[in-house]
Each structure stands twice: as structure tokens, then as C-alpha cells.
Write a protein that binds this ligand. Structure first.
Ligand code: CP
Length: 362
């Protein structure tokens, strides 16, 4: 039987997504302990295999694995034997032979994590593949929205899903793996999603996408509960797909002026890394209603939950997090009595003198 994997949000149904959120809620308590670690995945090995740059995804997966007491194997493409011409398949099979339980894979080509699944017995988690999907980003985004709504309601449990919310995903939707996974996760949880951006950066067809789309940000901004800005990939500024970055900012960016018109209740999100001054003005990124830092913080909890869901849970829905046994208090060390000064000219007792001489010759 092949291991359970997470390559696409479609690998999870609504109940499994909510189960992962419940696990993340349980791990939040662990994260607040003086030693934020549980033995849930002791003996398991997680390999992070990034063939493309990352700060948030790689570090949060590695932190998550360590907090669950898993061993972490960190593969770096630029210092690996790929540089000597080793193929991707041989690289995967080499690491598989060392004995790993999960591989977190990021690659610039769509479909690589799905292909890797055929070359390893380990669980494969998609850490972002080309323009395809970034499922754990979508899970942490939905979890963060749900948490913000719960905080607003003063209800620790919070709403179960995102029903009744209107979420605008703004920017380069066409090339965005984050947008693809977010649309799937947000609509599975009952939200209404509207895509906003230049016509050239919207999907050529919305067939099969349960969303609406517009090129006019100002026509929808006032009705949104969440404004989710996507990163503009700067290389597109040189292509016919995008006007200049300045024009992009004025037409589709969350400018200072648009941010000032937002209701205090409109949540602002971005997956990072941000281009401040392009898709989002610096002032907008730092609004009290901005969840951008919270998204990063929750990324660790969601990745703990995903690892536990795939590697640790004997049955879907398990949410018990084993306690770490209390560490006994260390007894106080008794004070060492002051050694009295030896009066000048006084002779040391014979036994001390012998000990001192013995020590010198030991
Ligand atoms: N959001 C995201 O995937 O960030 P990184 O590229 O830093 O991992």
C-alpha cells in the first residue's frame, strides 16, 4: 500500500481539512509550552527536498517536524549531486534508500511531487510545484481566516468553516499555485471567491472553477471580507502580460488610499514573500487587520498537523496530542560555605599538604 500523501487540496475532503484544523488547535497549546515539543513522531524521518528557493515553507516544515520529535533531513539542490548530473529520479531513490517517512517536495515544474510519489515508499507532501498547487499554504490561509473570525466572535472554537465569507484573490491568478489551492480549499469550506486582476493574469477560462472574476478591483473591494494579495512575479513585468509595476500598483495593488477606505473588519492577507509597493503598499501590509505575520506563525501549526495526519494518526479525526511528561524540578544547590582566609604565615595541616602534593604528581 502506498503511503498517504498530500499533493493537492483535492486529496482532502472537507472533514479531513477540518480534522487538520482541530489538530492545529491542539498543537497551538504545545507551541505555548516552555519546551514546545511532543514525542508524536519520534523515530520518523522527514526530508525537506527543495529544488526551488523558500524561506517560510522549508523552515516551517523543519520546525514542525522537530516539534513532533521527528528527525529532519534537509536536502539542498544547489549543493547536491544534481550539480554533477544526477537525475531527479536517482536523487529521490537515493534518499528513499536511506529510509525516510515523508518527503516535502518543492519544484519549479508542475507535477513533480505527483511523479515523486511513484519513486518512493514515503509520504509525499507538495511544498509548491510550478503553477499547480501549494496545498499547505491554502490550509494555513483558511485556518488563519477561521482563527481571526473566532477571535472577533470571542469564541475559542470559532466558526467551523468559511461559509458566508466573500474572499477576493487579487493579482497574478493565472500563474499562481497559491491561488489554485486557495480556491479549492476556500470553496470546499463554503466561501465565495472572486478573482481580481488584469485580464492577462486571470485564468483564460473559469470552466470548472466555482468562482467569479473581475478586472475592476474597486468595484468589489467594499464587499470583501478578505483581500488576499498575490505576489507579482517581477519577471512578468518585462512580458506583455503586465503593464509597468507602477501601473499595476495603481490599478490592482492594495494602495495606501484603498487601504484607508477598507473597513476595520476586512482582513488583509498575502502568502509572502511580499513586493511592498507593488501588490501591497507598506502601510497596508502593517494594518491591524493584516494577518500576514499570523499566516507565517500558523504555518508551523498547520505543518505539524499535516505531518501528524499523514504519519502519526491511526485514524482520521484523531486530535489527542500526547503530553510531554513533566520534567522534575532540579533541587536547589546548597550554598558553598565561605572558605576562611588563611592568616599570613600560617602552616597548612599535614593532610592538606599531602593531598596537594599527591594531586600534583597524579
Ligand atoms: N509562501 C511561501 O511559499 O513562501 P516561501 O516561498 O518563502 O516558502
Amino acid at each position: 500500500m502506498s503511503a498517504r500523501s498530500l499533493v493537492s487540496i483535492t486529496d482532502l475532503d472537507r472533514d479531513e481539512i477540518l480534522g487538520i484544523f482541530h489538530l492545529a488547535d491542539a498543537f497551538k497549546e504545545v507551541a505555548e509550552r516552555p519546551i514546545p515539543k511532543v514525542p508524536a513522531l519520534r523515530g520518523k524521518t522527514v526530508a525537506t527536498m527543495f529544488f526551488e528557493a523558500s524561506t517560510r515553507t522549508r523552515l516551517s516544515f523543519e520546525t514542525a517536524a522537530k516539534r513532533l520529535s521527528a528527525d529532519v533531513m534537509s536536502f539542498s539542490a544547489s549543493t547536491s549531486s544534481l550539480e554533477k548530473g544526477e537525475s531527479l529520479r536517482d536523487t529521490i531513490e537515493t534518499i528513499d534508500a536511506m529510509g525516510v517517512d515523508a518527503m516535502v517536495v518543492r519544484h519549479k515544474s508542475s507535477g513533480v511531487p505527483a511523479q515523486v510519489r511513484a519513486w518512493t515508499k514515503a509520504s509525499v507532501i507538495n511544498g509548491g510545484d510550478g503553477q499547480h498547487e501549494h496545498p499547505t499554504q491554502a490550509l494555513l490561509d483558511c485556518y488563519t481566516i477561521r482563527e481571526a473570525l473566532a477571535a472577533r466572535a470571542g469564541d475559542e472554537e470559532g466558526p467551523e468553516d468559511l461559509r458566508g465569507l466573500r474572499i477576493g484573490i487579487v493579482g497574478d491568478v493565472r500563474h499562481s499555485r497559491v491561488a489554485r489551492s486557495d480556491v479549492l480549499a476556500m470553496t470546499t469550506l463554503g466561501a465565495e471567491v472572486v478573482l481580481v486582476g488584469p485580464r492577462t493574469l486571470l485564468p483564460p477560462s473559469l470552466d470548472g472553477w466555482p468562482v467569479k472574476a473581475t478586472v475592476d478591483l474597486d468595484s468589489v473591494l467594499g464587499d470583501l471580507d478578505v483581500v488576499y494579495l498575490l505576489r507579482i512575479q517581477r519577471e512578468r513585468a518585462d512580458s506583455a502580460l503586465l503593464p509597468s509595476l507602477d501601473e499595476y500598483h495603481w490599478r490592482w495593488g492594495l494602495t495606501r488610499q484603498r487601504a484607508a477606505r477598507l473597513s476595520d473588519r476586512t482582513l488583509v492577507m498575502h502568502p509572502g514573500p511580499m513586493n511592498r509597493g507593488v501588490e501591497i503598499a507598506p502601510e497596508a501590509a502593517d494594518l491591524p487587520s493584516s494577518l500576514i505575520t499570523r499566516q507565517v506563525k500558523n504555518g508551523v501549526l498547520i505543518r505539524m498537523a499535516v505531518l501528524f495526519h499523514l504519519l502519526g494518526a491511526p485514524a482520521p479525526g484523531l486530535i489527542d496530542v500526547p503530553d510531554v511528561p513533566d520534567v522534575p524540578d532540579v533541587p536547589d544547590v546548597p550554598d558553598v560555605p565561605d572558605v576562611p582566609d588563611v592568616p599570613e604565615g600560617a602552616e597548612l595541616p599535614e593532610s592538606d599538604g599531602q593531598l596537594a602534593r599527591g594531586a600534583l604528581h597524579a
